[in-house]
Design a protein around this ligand. Structure first.
Ligand SMILES: [Zn+2]
Ligand SMILES: [Zn+2]
Length: 448
């Protein structure tokens, strides 16, 4: 038996930023499906369209790629990267056209063809099972270096999972995270490759039309499609309910048409329930966003106890001489749960190389690390550092204001601030580029 379905039509700017369903009713007894979606336009440079596939039970992945012809095959045994293998249940399916960007005066002609067959020679296997994170051997409490944001060819990356892991090993990461766009299809493979020398972590990048957010530590697909009653606050709550960690990604990166949907435009999530924000994204100029950094400082001054992270957002091999930021996390052990718990608590700093130890002590001798609340009277702050360049500048920031500058490759400095709300340390290169930044040490007060 063979099933076919064909759809075609025109898309214009009025269809931009929509999920356009193309439903079809799949009969029972089929075990192989092939789809082709072709988008023809003269303005390919500034048009971005992806496709997603849903079976009667939920997401079957998709093709979030900057291509204009998507072809995919799915059977019980295998699937094109981005899609999820498994049996093909009978009932209402939908291929959705996700129009991330169609500019005014642009016309796109789409053609969608679905073909499904019964292929008795295909060896069936159980339906897709949600993979569980594989336990990794812990190494006890300590500082771990790694990354919280990356991609593969399951979406728009240019390497497979093994390529991403080889890069992580080459730069001696302790943990590496895969967060492909709107699909969980690579996570089973990612989990299976966790090893004592490299913890693999996963989730997805919720790649919406009005901003991107990381849902880390989840293995379930999270519905990123905004609609009445399902806005970003509900999506963030769903991530939390699944035990995940929600991170606003590159909030002030360029948006349409340079990077469609990349600027965070959710007025009700500024920061709303979010408490983690990626201020340093490896993709962008100078490897960090000064605007994103200042947005974080603004939120801290408004009383939000926000944590800052970095993400390489790596899609392909990097030239070896490029310095890229890593998250250096103080975790109870090297496991996905412990790393993400430490991230939510702010126990991390971001660095392209310098090592920073930033602690506070009160008159009773109690101490606080980055991300922690330093209580008591007579606060003392101590920074020990190493690995800086001779021309680097250390900048002590108190409540958003740079107070002092000092320099040196290694050293130790103690400060006795009269009082403060929050304080961080930045390391800047001679040209002003950020090379490292801590999370704050907080003082008690009205924190939200
Ligand atoms: Zn993004
Ligand atoms: Zn990304």
């Amino acid at each position: 038996m063979t099933f076919t379905h064909h759809a075609e039509g025109l898309l214009t700017a009025e269809h931009s930023k929509q999920n356009i369903p193309i439903p079809f009713d799949l009969p029972a007894g089929l075990d192989y499906l092939a789809l082709t979606a072709v988008f023809e336009t003269r303005e390919e440079m500034l048009t971005e369209i992806a496709v997603s596939l849903y079976d009667p039970n939920g997401s079957r992945g998709g093709a979030h790629r900057h291509f204009f012809c998507h072809e995919a095959e799915i059977s019980a045994a295998a699937a094109t990267p981005g899609f999820i293998a498994g049996t093909l249940p009978a009932g209402r399916w939908s291929l959705e056209i996700d129009t991330h960007l169609i500019l005014p005066d642009v016309t796109v002609r789409y053609t969608v063809d679905i073909r499904a067959e019964s292929r008795p020679d295909v060896q069936p296997r159980p339906p897709f099972v949600i993979p569980q994170p594989k336990p990794t051997e812990g190494r006890g409490p300590g500082w771990y270096r790694g990354d919280l944001h990356g991609h593969t060819f399951h979406t728009d990356g240019e390497w497979d999972v093994s390529g991403l892991l080889a890069h992580a090993r080459a730069v001696r990461m302790d943990f590496i995270t895969l967060s492909d766009h709107n699909t969980i299809s690579p996570l089973a493979e990612m989990d299976s490759l966790s090893a004592p020398d490299l913890l693999t972590m996963g989730g997805m990048e919720l790649t919406t039309f009005r901003g991107h957010a990381l849902a880390l530590g989840v293995r379930e697909w999270v519905d990123w499609r905004e609609r009445p009653g399902w806005g970003m606050p509900e999506i963030a709550a769903e991530v939390a309910a699944l035990g995940g960690t929600f991170i606003i990604a590159h909030p002030l990166s360029p948006g349409d048409p340079v990077c469609s949907g990349c600027t965070w435009l959710y007025e009700d999530m500024m920061p709303g329930s979010a408490r983690v924000v990626e201020i340093w994204n490896g993709t962008y100029w100078n490897f960090y966003s000064q605007d994103g950094l200042e947005l974080w400082y603004k939120w801290l001054n408004e009383g939000y106890r926000m944590v800052a992270t970095s993400g390489m957002d790596i899609h392909r091999p990097l030239a070896p001489d490029i310095e890229s930021p890593l998250d250096v996390v103080y975790a109870d052990t090297l496991s996905e749960a412990a790393i993400l718990q430490a991230v939510r608590a702010g126990r991390l700093y971001i660095s392209v190389g310098p090592t920073l130890d930033w602690t506070g002590t009160n008159a009773e001798g109690q101490t606080a690390r980055v991300g922690e609340m330093l209580t008591g009277i007579a606060p003392t702050l101590c920074l020990r550092w190493s690995g800086c360049h001779p021309t680097d500048t250390l900048r002590w920031i108190v409540d958003g204001e740079p107070l002092e500058l000092w320099m040196g490759e290694t050293g130790e400095e103690v400060r006795h601030p009269h009082e403060f709300r929050w304080s961080v340390v930045e390391v800047r290169a001679a040209d002003g580029a950020l090379r490292a930044i801590t999370n704050p040490i907080f003082r008690p007060g009205e924190w939200r």
